[in-house]
Design a protein around this ligand. Structure first.
Ligand code: G3H
Ligand code: 13P
Ligand code: ZN
Length: 328
């Protein structure tokens, strides 16, 4: 039993009009919540680890947790991916350390420097049977140490994607079409209010996506910053002592539309954080005497599982697809 790369996953997802969920993992409860949902729904999955996750939990612990998830869910293909690798050395560490996929995010560099670093990672990764995600364009929001103010993002230039993919040899490409990292994806000024007073964010740039697809037929596209920031969790956080005013995400219907096109990987992290935090805050408010971490981590893990199950069915459309894929 072993990890898979994303190659077959993306091929099937592209042709099948669905996407694979890429969920960030930082601890045991998150790994369990995600993979239990995937196991029950027969959904392939990408578990992704950021530089911050490695610093928090330690590379070896995370790899071993994922190995445990594979043993517990032998029927679903699981890929282990480095999220937002920013140096060759970090990517190499993960390739040498058992990951099956890495992202080199050199999107803040010039076009030529992005190509040079991405190609260096691709050459090493491919020589070791590992696949590479690269990025063109800049998302708004916060990721690791990089913060880009809402409104200061830059959309991917479709006229650059073909040359970038040809010269780097990358296996998938993350593009910027208006998604954004974190729980505050848009300022209230960027949104309008519907008839019920609810904030409605600006729509994703499907025109940019379509132009990229035209220039890269059959090539898997990735969307970062794709949490929907469910208002039920935001309300739960705020009702039990938290302060997350104006937290807002990407409407799920738009992500579902993207998944039907060339978008094969959809990244979700903030929704996991919100599901856990909302439920832990609620648990503490309702059980002020509890002090055993199992008491509050159990509902938090269940909330992650329920949220992921919802995404699989309603956003990604990858339920029941594991049986069409090899698991090792
Ligand atoms: O895109 C960033 C991911 O949400 C990972 O966040 O760097 O805080 O682990 P992190
Ligand atoms: P969210 O902050 O929208 O969950 O995005 C996560 C992500 O893109 C991880 O790379
Ligand atoms: Zn990201």
């Amino acid at each position: 039993m072993s990890l898979v790369t994303t190659t077959e996953m993306f091929e099937k997802a592209y042709n099948g009009g669905y996407a694979i969920g890429a969920f960030n993992v930082n601890n045991m409860e998150i790994v369990q919540g995600i993979t239990e949902a995937c196991g029950e729904l027969d959904a392939p999955v990408i578990l992704q680890v950021s530089k911050g996750a490695r610093a928090y939990a330690n590379h070896t612990y995370l790899v071993k947790l994922v190995e445990a998830a594979i043993a517990e869910n032998p029927n679903i293909p699981i890929a282990l991916h480095l999220d937002h690798g920013d140096t060759f050395e970090l990517c190499k560490d993960c390739i040498d350390g058992g990951f099956t996929s890495v992202m080199i995010d050199a999107s803040s560099k010039s076009f030529e420097d992005n190509i040079a670093l991405t190609k260096q990672v691709v050459d090493y990764a491919h020589a070791n049977g590992v696949v590479v995600e690269a990025e063109l364009g800049t998302l708004a929001g916060v990721e690791d140490e990089v913060s880009v103010e809402a409104g200061k993002e830059s959309y991917t230039k479709p006229e650059e994607v073909q040359e970038f993919v040809e010269r780097t040899g990358c296996d998938s490409l993350a593009i910027a079409i208006g998604t954004s990292h974190g729980a505050y994806k848009f300022t209230p000024e960027q949104c309008h209010r519907d008839e019920n007073g609810k904030l409605v964010p600006p729509p994703l740039r499907f025109d940019v996506l379509e132009e990229c697809i035209k220039r890269l037929p059959g090539f898997p596209i990735v969307l970062h910053g794709s949490s929907s920031v469910p208002q039920e969790f935001v309300e739960m956080v705020n009702a039990y002592g938290g302060q997350m005013p104006n937290a807002i995400g990407i409407p799920e219907e738009q992500l579902r539309e993207a998944a039907k096109l060339a978008v094969c990987k959809i990244n979700i992290d903030s929704d996991i954080r919100l599901a856990m935090t909302g439920n832990i805050r609620k648990h503490f408010a309702e059980h002020p005497d509890h002090f055993d971490p199992r008491q509050y981590l159990k509902p938090a893990r269940q909330a992650v599982k329920d949220m992921v199950a919802h995404k699989i069915v309603n956003v990604l459309g990858c339920d029941g697809k594991a049986k069409d894929l090899s698991v090792r």
